[in-house]
Design a protein around this ligand. Structure first.
Ligand SMILES: [Zn+2]
Ligand SMILES: [Zn+2]
Length: 519
């Protein structure tokens, strides 16, 4: 039988390729190496893969082709014996353990934008909604609630430590201010400054005295804007014979007054320090030492080696220290672990000043984590548990205090694509929010509809893309192949190997179809 021919390329000139011809054997691993810019990618991606894709796409129906990007044929004289090509790009988005269906399909990017634009911010501590003021809303509040009253518009000025009051007086006068308030008194800056401020760190500067008369709206607005500017976004309006109203431009809790973070898209990114839960670093779970693994056989006594890691050579010293500590503290070393008093077990875990305990042992070993065998050793005793801070939501508390349609972004991504699409179609937005979010919602709807159409409505957006083999995950870059094949039966979806989409794609293309395509 003749040897099957390899892949033959003649006259490849794509990008910087210099009219090269070569043959690559089939069913072998072929490595293309070379210095940067020598044309490795031009050959592998822009010639071989591009030609494979082109032939494949050309074989599809016009309808299926509508959903695929147009691919240009590479600049090459002839390619023979080409087989279906799958490209695993260098920038494979399915790489980290934090990647989810939502992030891989970019649905999550639009959700982050949506939450940043129209999310309702609540206080993570007390749950009350956040408020923030603009000069206009402050004026409206004042004219609405205190019309006709006389008022002092003031801002808070920090006093540098050790600054003599006379110097402060001179500075303020030069800048055109006339009065300050210190404690209950209004002081005229034309009069001499008090000799001493004591340990005072701030005073209130009176920016304007006004009557809250709607006819004065222009002047009041100007003063409010100036006070916000001078006061770093905060001001106080003292209503004569009434309350002092404090307004801030920044986000504050309307309940407890705590400063809150104004949402921005990165706040909702568990891949970014701005958004990630500080405890689990955005993974949603934490690795903890698991007693069931450290003491696998609870019928053993301390002397028998109940603490399994201490039966290894690296733990011998700790086992001897345990025995010494037990003699010192008169602990029972011959009773099975499961029958030991709780206090004894706690001591073995935590140790004391002279005995490091199981915790101290792991801390010591952790410092050698850079060695592979140490990491392997440690991994035997740890198991994953849900992060106690974010409860698996992966975001920091500030991010989880923002809601759209009553849901946090974590609750939103826990929805299936099917449910998410229905909710996006009916968010019950105010007219203003609908305008602000129109384009985001359009994009989001398009993405979700696409996923629905390829039969993935049952997946949740928070589902991790990196899962053990054969648990039928979804990889964004092959969704496009699926729609063209019209294969939406989950059983036929194949599975992802650790490195991405190879196996997946292989399953996607039934052999009879391949033969038809490349015959
Ligand atoms: Zn609060
Ligand atoms: Zn967490």
């Amino acid at each position: 039988m003749p040897q099957p021919l390899g892949l033959r390329i003649q006259g490849a000139r794509q990008n910087n390729l210099k009219n090269i011809s070569l043959e690559i054997p089939h069913d072998r691993l072929t490595v293309v190496t070379g210095v940067s810019g020598s044309g490795k990618s031009s050959l592998a991606f822009d010639t071989l893969f591009a030609e494979g894709q082109w032939r494949y796409i050309e074989s599809l129906s016009t309808y299926a082709r509508m959903f695929l990007d147009r691919v240009d044929r590479p600049d090459v004289d002839k390619i023979e014996q080409i087989r279906p090509a799958v490209a695993l790009e260098q920038k494979n988005p399915v790489r980290t353990a934090r990647s989810t269906v939502g992030t891989a399909t970019e649905v999550y990017d639009y959700l982050r934008l949506l939450y940043a634009k129209i999310g309702r911010v609540h206080c993570p501590t007390c749950g009350a909604p956040a408020v923030s003021h603009s000069p206009e809303s402050i004026v409206n509040t004042l004219l609405g609630e205190h019309a006709g009253a006389r008022a002092l518009i003031t801002f808070r000025l920090a006093v540098p430590a050790g600054l003599p009051p006379a110097e402060l007086w001179a500075t303020l006068t030069r800048r055109g201010f006339a009065r300050v308030r210190i404690d209950g008194d209004i002081l005229d800056l034309a009069a001499p400054a008090p000799a001493d401020f004591g340990d005072r760190t701030a005073i209130a500067v009176v920016l304007d005295r006004v009557v809250l008369d709607p006819a004065q709206r222009g002047r009041i607005s100007e003063s409010i804007e100036a006070a916000l500017r001078e006061g770093g976004g905060q001001l106080a309006v003292e209503i004569v014979g009434g309350p002092t109203r404090v307004f801030a431009e920044d986000f504050r809790c309307s309940g407890c007054g705590a400063a809150l973070e104004r949402p921005q898209p990165l706040l909702f990114s568990f891949n970014h320090p701005l958004g990630a839960c500080p405890e689990c670093k955005g993974f949603g779970n934490v690795l903890k030492y698991d007693e069931a693994r450290v003491v696998p056989d609870r019928t053993l006594s301390l002397a028998d080696g109940a603490v399994e890691p201490w039966t290894h050579p690296s733990g011998r010293w700790y086992q001897r220290e345990l025995m010494k500590a037990a003699r010192r503290k008169r602990l029972d070393t011959d009773t099975p672990w499961e029958k030991l008093p709780e206090a004894t077990r706690a001591f073995v875990h935590k140790g004391d000043g002279t005995f490091p305990g199981i915790q101290g042992f792991f801390e010591e070993v952790e410092s050698y984590r850079y060695k592979l065998h140490v990491r392997v050793f440690l991994s035997r005793y740890r198991s994953q548990s849900i992060c106690p801070t974010c409860r698996g939501a992966r975001l920091k508390p500030g991010a989880l205090a923002v809601r759209v349609a009553g849901l946090t972004i974590a609750e939103f991504t826990a929805l299936t694509i099917d449910a998410a699409a229905r909710l996006v179609g009916d968010l019950g937005l105010t007219a203003w929010d609908a305008v602000v979010a129109r384009e985001i919602l359009r994009q989001l709807t398009a993405k979700l509809t696409f996923l629905l159409r390829v039969g993935l409505g049952y997946l949740t957006l928070s589902r991790q893309t990196r899962v053990p083999p054969c648990e039928a995950p979804i990889l964004a870059d092959v969704v496009e192949l699926m729609i063209s094949i019209g294969n939406s039966n989950p059983r036929d979806r194949g599975c992802a190997s650790d490195d991405g989409s190879l196996e997946f794609s292989a399953h996607l293309l039934p052999s009879h179809q391949l033969r038809a395509t490349f015959a």
